[in-house]
Design a protein around this ligand. Structure first.
Ligand code: ADP
Ligand code: ZN
Ligand code: ZN
Length: 752
């Protein structure tokens, strides 16, 4: 027997499979991890296929050293998925296979944690007899007594009562009185957020209708849905009911959530209903936890998996359902290395493995809604909130008027008075600033000079560090969010020398300070990258808010999504139009989604909610559609605009980024890349016909982390010719370039 093995080399992708001999008596399967000799050492690899014969001289074929596990780490369906993804993303199979197993498992960095257990190897009567005979050793007597009480028991329990029991244990084991075994111990992450209810709620009519469509599909093992339900319509309860059905059928389910911030709440819902069959996969798990959760899933002990993007690769066998919650989130797309869209991967898995796909959102992505309208998936609607609770009342406040009437604060009078009322009634509020510190840059009021990072072509953000100033006061520093560079705020403009240099606008910190000043004694919490970096950082803040200890939660867009806090009656959006102005064709869609989702956090409980959107452009149609929470109107307009301007989904955007320490090198490399693309287009006139734009305009951010960046941007119509062109561009990124790094991106999530 021979096998073909894809070896796992971390920094170098070996595209082809190598053939090895399978030694007599070794049973291997496709998808199994093996150790193989490679060059002068040994490597890990994955068995791609098995064959009776080999194409080479059998004498030159080396033998597999051995399997790493006695089961295939990658299930057959997942092997096919990896092959399909590699084909579509034009990348080596080793790269897509890597997605399927936890990084910690590769290279043997984490191991199974084992625990020792002791048990009686003889009958209790015999043990009693031995106990009587054990005159000399009190330790041995005590161990036998403990095991007569309870057997088997962990050696750690024995060690709690008896100091250094090792020798005594060995003597007893050698005498055949007890047995010491090793058992695997699983490190299971704990959920810190309460609030999930264990009770099954009677479904609302809206939920019932939707379930009537989903249940037959689950039975058939086939179907793809877009669940478009307004905020607070009770989508989670639909997921829970669908998962219950799937478990009853003996199958498993994957629930994808966009971000770690949302996971604790979703996890608490699922754990309170399903207990230990639920597993969590997210990036903040310790390597050991991650590996153990993976194995619990692989062995079928955990059959409900909740996690972010990469959880779509969870090794669930007998898959019955994949739910992608908040499907419009850009975090589901990984734009390079290897590129994939978790929604597409989910669809591919569902088709292949006979499972049902549910994409869900209150603001579906333009692409998913267009597909549902075309009939590629079934559109399910939940247009009203649970118990007919009203959608919140939304008001747009014109910040230009505030300034005219002398209010220089970041909070409008209307928001301040609403906040006062909310706090008086002992209710809770959320204040949202989109993009952390986005607007808190420092600029000169005399000449407009903006202070930028010396390593990156982005403005620095103002931060206050409590007690960090020399006298013990608060220090103000400027920081770069990309490279961590920090410097002091200058007292004079470095460009014109004017003293009128100060910082603008509203970071999360500024807003928090203002709220504390206006409402002394109010408990506030901030949720942004600064406050959530620790393990469980998000969960702890959210738990304090859920319990009511915190009354006002201030945060970036991470607080806008999916959270369900019934006591929140006021949502204030401090600066709504910031993201509208970003140079990206998706800015309008993202702004609409953000505002609608944020507004959706208000009034989810018994008390109706109120939303105040502060803006400098109250006439903007996107803001007005968001204020009315009119998704359909937004969709129609945006769809038309994309078709007219030829943006995705009607076209594909691709780019090659050249990054170098040296501007001239980046420039030259980009020029070289453009030349290669143009040459290929001369050879293939059919590709050329599809290409709408080929530009060498530098990217919005020309320098990042000290690297000069240049790009070649291609916009092309969708079609097989474009696939061929993208394969060529992906190939160019793999070619070595002197002093330069080349990245290929397909529909990049950010065009900066
Ligand atoms: P969505 O995800 O659609 O925004 P959620 O699933 O978070 O909405 O549900 C909104 C609120 O309604 C939650 O507090 C939830 O507990 C409650 N809820 C959901 N379904 C029911 C039901 N059938 N009966 C009573 N309350 C429900
Ligand atoms: Zn100046
Ligand atoms: Zn920087």
């Amino acid at each position: 027997m021979y096998c073909q093995v894809i070896v796992d080399i971390v920094h170098e992708n070996v595209a082809q499979a190598f053939t090895y001999r399978v030694p007599e008596g070794m049973n291997l399967e496709r998808g199994q991890r093996v150790r193989v000799p490679f060059r002068s050492g040994a490597l890990e690899g994955i068995v791609l296929s098995l064959s009776e014969t080999a194409d080479f001289d059998p004498k030159r074929i080396r033998s597999v050293i051995g399997p790493l596990e006695d089961y295939p780490a990658i299930l057959p369906a997942m092997m096919e998925l990896a092959e399909e993804m590699a084909r579509e993303a034009h990348c080596p199979l080793a790269e897509t296979l890597r997605l399927m197993i936890p990084a910690q498992m590769r290279g043997g960095r984490v191991r199974v944690r084992e625990e020792e257990w002791a048990e009686l190897a003889v009958s209790p009567a015999e043990a009693q007899a031995a106990l009587a005979g054990e005159g000399r050793s009190p330790k041995r007597r005590e161990i036998l007594r403990m095991l007569l009480e309870k057997s088997p028991r962990p050696v750690s329990e024995i060690r709690d009562r008896i100091q250094a029991p090792r020798e005594a244990l060995n003597v007893l084991a050698d005498a055949g009185l007890i047995r010491i075994t090793k058992q695997e111990q699983l490190r299971s992450p704990e959920s810190v957020l309460g609030g999930g209810s264990a009770d099954w709620l009677p479904l609302t009519p809206g939920q019932q209708e939707v379930m009537e469509e989903i249940l037959p599909a689950l039975k058939r093992g086939k179907g793809s849905f877009l669940l478009y339900g307004v905020t607070g319509s009770g989508k989670t309860e639909v997921f829970l009911n669908a998962v219950r059905k799937v478990l009853d059928m003996g199958k498993s389910a994957l629930i994808l959530v966009p971000e770690i911030a949302l996971t604790p709440q979703m996890v608490s819902w699922f754990q309170s209903r399903f207990g230990a069959v639920a597993a969590v996969l997210h990036s903040r798990l310790s390597p050991g936890e991650r590996y153990d959760e993976w194995r619990r899933i692989r062995r079928g002990e955990a059959r409900v998996v909740i996690g972010a993007r990469s959880a779509v690769f969870a090794p669930a066998d007998r898959l019955g359902l994949i739910v992608v919650d908040e499907e419009h989130e850009s975090t589901y797309y990984s734009d390079h290395h290897p590129r994939y869209d978790a929604r597409d991967v989910a669809l591919s898995r569902c088709k292949r493995e006979g499972a049902v796909l549910i994409l869900a959102s209150a603001t579906p992505s333009i692409l998913s809604f267009a597909r549902a309208r075309r009939g590629d998936s079934v559109l399910l609607e939940m247009p009203v909130r649970v118990q007919d609770r009203p959608l919140p009342e939304v008001r747009l406040v014109d910040m230009r008027r505030e300034l005219e009437s002398g209010n220089r604060s970041v909070l409008s009078r209307e928001l301040v008075s609403a906040l006062g009322e909310c706090l008086k009634k002992k209710e809770q509020a959320m204040l949202l600033i989109n993009r952390r510190g986005y607007h808190s840059f420092v600029s000169c009021r005399a000449c407009g000079h903006v202070i930028k990072c010396p390593n990156c072509d982005v403005s620095l953000t103002c931060h206050v560090e409590e007690g960090r100033a020399p006298g013990g006061g608060d220090a103000e520093t400027l920081r770069c969010h990309y490279c961590g560079h920090r410097e002091r705020i200058p007292s004079r403009c470095p460009s014109c020398g004017s003293p009128y240099i100060r910082y603008f606008g509203a970071g999360t910190q500024k807003v928090e300070d203002e709220v504390r000043k206006l409402f002394p004694g109010t408990e506030t919490a901030r949720m942004d990258i600064d406050t959530t970096s620790g393990k469980d950082g998000h969960a702890k803040i959210l738990e304090r808010f859920r319990s009511g200890a915190v009354r006002v939660l201030i945060g970036t867009q991470m607080i806008a999504k999916g959270l369900d806090f019934p006591k929140v009656t006021l949502v204030g959006i401090v600066a709504a139009d910031l993201t509208l102005n970003l140079p990206d064709y998706r800015s309008r869609e993202r702004t609409f989604q953000l505002l609608t989702q944020a507004a959706g956090r208000a009034g989810r409980g018994q008390q109706p909610g109120r939303v105040i959107i502060q803006t400098y452009r109250p006439e903007d149609p996107v803001l007005n559609m968001a204020a009315k929470q009119n998704y359909r109107a937004f969709f129609e307009e945006e769809f038309r605009r994309r078709r007219q301007a030829l943006y995705p989904p009607f076209t594909v955007m691709m780019r090659l980024l050249a990054e170098s320490r040296d501007a001239a090198t980046a420039e030259r490399t980009a020029g070289e890349l453009e030349k290669r693309i143009r040459e290929a287009m001369e050879v293939h006139p059919d590709w050329k016909k599809k290409v709408l734009l080929l530009s060498d305009e530098p990217p919005g951010v020309r320098m990042l982390r000290g690297m000069e960046r240049r790009q070649i941007l291609v916009k092309s119509l969708v079609g097989p010719e474009t696939d061929a062109l993208s394969a060529l561009m992906a190939g160019l990124a793999e070619e070595p370039a002197e002093g330069c790094r080349i990245l290929f991106e397909y529909n990049p999530t950010s065009m900066m």
